[in-house]
Design a binder for this molecule. Structure first.
Ligand code: A3P
Length: 340
């Protein structure tokens, strides 16, 4: 489906025709980078290093950043629905019921930069009309310098209370394991995590391979120092007051709602389109799977409960209390607190 109005983007990443491009040999162009890598690093990480050098931001680009299981999928839907409302009007703005989010999973609309480079879809990103929406799980210091050192690409970060994040990851691993066929039993065995493994990975600073407090504080501190560069959202606050947070997004990306749009009910329309119930029930998300970051994920695995505080059903008060205390020491003095 092609956009119909004058505004060019964003468009769903999946709808951009694949563009054939010859990959430049790593050894020639990035020989020094590759030579500096530890020998155990394998090609995906080499490609991420290449990408850190090569990524070229455009004015209007918006990067959605998060730790896994903190509401990435939802933020993708909300940001896509708001930023693309000129191209794809939601129902209240005269939409014809063929909104991309009704036929595509949000991850098919907004790609992960990590996935683009792993899956060698860089040329597709180059072909995407401006403005572009992208996402990442990378920490702030691990972003390409072209993103952090100039103002063309804005960043929206979403965090979530870590006890719910951990429960969500644990369910996600089990659900994906049951439904994904791209990994062998041995490969699954090697990445299987019990609930206490997930809990411990947070304390050990190994959730997504790094300390979550550093991930969060990298974006938090930048949002305080440069509020025009990073908008910092909390999953719980978006759930409790979606209107206020969607308005924050539109103002941050320079597309505030007009009075006419508000009167027409466009905010309510976007909330409804992106609501947990609607997205989970949609055929686009209840069937099929998506290829992402070199793996295959069932669409439905991104929609479980969508609530605040499900951790009480899974861990003891002692486990919760000990993680809370551990993390509050890590954030001490930063001004950052999780929303409960
Ligand atoms: P739960 O497992 O607690 O239900 P991510 O997108 O970063 O992988 O995060 C997934 C979490 O966000 C899951 O949490 C999922 O159910 C929840 N989620 C997905 N879509 C949502 C939506 N539209 N509204 C609220 N929560 C949503």
């Amino acid at each position: 489906m092609q956009p119909t109005s004058a505004a060019a983007g964003p468009v769903p990443f999946k709808d951009i025709a694949a563009v054939a491009v010859a990959r430049r040999p790593v050894a020639e162009e990035y020989g020094d980078v590759v030579a500096a890598l530890p020998s155990r690093l394998y090609p995906p990480q080499q490609r991420w290093r290449e990408y850190q050098r090569r990524f070229e931001p455009r004015a209007g680009d918006v990067l959605l950043a998060s730790l896994p299981k903190c509401g990435t999928t939802w933020l993708k839907a909300l940001a896509f629905a708001t930023a693309a409302r000129g191209v794809y009007p939601p129902a209240a703005a005269g939409g014809d019921g063929r909104h991309p989010l009704l036929r595509l999973n949000p991850h098919e609309c907004v790609p992960f930069l990590e996935g683009i480079y792993l899956d060698e879809e860089e040329a597709k990103l180059d072909a995407a009309p401006t403005p572009r929406l992208m996402s990442t799980h990378a920490s702030y210091p691990n972003l390409p310098a072209s993103i952090t050192e100039d103002d063309r690409c804005k960043i929206i970060y979403i965090c979530r209370q870590p006890k719910d994040m951990a429960i969500s990851l644990w369910h996600f691993m089990n659900c994906s394991k049951a439904k994904t066929s791209s990994l062998s039993d041995d490969q699954w065995e090697s990445i299987t995590m019990s609930l206490s493994d997930v809990w411990e990975s947070i304390r050990e600073g190994a959730y997504l391979g790094g300390p979550i407090w550093e991930h969060i504080l990298g974006y938090w501190n930048t949002s305080k120092a440069k509020p025009d560069k990073v908008l910092f959202l909390k999953y719980e606050e978006v759930l409790r007051d979606p209107t206020k947070n969607i308005e924050k997004i539109t103002e941050f990306i320079g597309q505030p709602f007009s009075d006419a749009e508000k009167e027409a009910g466009i905010v309510e329309s976007i909330i409804e389109l992106c609501s947990f119930e609607k997205m989970k029930a949609s055929g686009a998300n209840s069937t099929g799977s998506l290829h992402m970051m070199a793996n295959e994920y069932p669409h439905e695995s991104f929609f479980r409960k969508g609530v605040i505080g499900d951790w009480v059903n899974h861990v003891t008060p002692e486990m919760a209390d000990s993680l809370d205390k551990f993390l509050s020491a890590k954030f001490y003095g930063s001004g950052f607190t999780f929303a409960e």
